[in-house]
Design a protein around this ligand. Structure first.
Ligand SMILES: Cc1cc2nc3c(=O)[nH]c(=O)nc-3n(C[C@H](O)[C@H](O)[C@H](O)COP(=O)(O)O)c2cc1C
Length: 179
């Protein structure tokens, strides 16, 4: 068993205070073993619109450093207006030229009413920035609001299994990476 801690950076695509995606990330964080340092990045709303200027804003520097320092990035996002939520897409755009996602192991849950379009679009974007999608850790959970209670617990068995499977796939990947 690996004894050094691994770092997982979790990013919610939703800024809503009662976001189901943010709740899923909290649930996952509570289930992580002691050797995982689990951080939720809660400042994508502070990242200015992408402009490719030479003077990089401090918030972008901090965002890039957080990704670079993570062993795994876990993204959990809804679909808004048949697309990737703007703040998340903007944050990803800031990494296109700087390359923090190149080879970065990434897990993805798209939890939405439907979500197929954003789920596909997120995977396209992640491929474009050369992320390394973790096998077994890319999942769509449709009808998310009907599958959670107000405490944020996932009450629908298949969705709960999907979350479990994601956690297991990430942990297996991390253990394999150190062999
Ligand atoms: C502005 C807005 C646009 C939405 N558009 C979509 C959509 O295109 N496809 C979809 O599956 N759900 C859509 N939904 C429903 C969301 O998937 C649902 O509200 C989900 O719970 C949002 O995730 P969150 O709770 O993490 O914010 C939309 C919701 C909002 C508020």
């Amino acid at each position: 068993m690996h004894e050094d801690p691994f770092t997982i950076l979790a990013i919610s695509g939703s800024l809503r205070p009662t976001s189901s995606n943010s709740k899923i990330l909290q649930v996952i964080g509570k289930r992580m073993p002691d050797y995982i340092q689990y951080f939720i990045y809660n400042a994508i709303d502070k990242i200015p619109p992408f402009n490719d200027s030479e003077e990089v804003p401090d918030t972008v520097i901090s965002w890039r450093k957080s990704i670079a320092a993570a062993d795994v990035v876990l993204i959990c996002s809804p679909e808004y207006a048949f697309g990737i939520p703007g703040a998340l897409k903007n944050a990803l755009d800031w990494t296109v030229s700087s390359g923090e996602f190149t080879g970065k192991p990434v897990a993805l849950i798209t939890a939405s009413s439907m979500g197929e379009i954003a789920h596909a679009a997120l995977q396209h974007t992640l491929v474009a920035i050369s992320a390394n999608m973790i096998p077994g850790a890319v999942h769509l959970i449709p009808f998310i609001r009907a599958k959670m209670n107000v405490q944020g617990e996932i009450t629908e068995p298949a969705a709960a299994r999907t979350v479990n499977n994601t956690i297991e796939a990430i942990l297996a990947f991390l253990q394999d990476s150190k062999k």
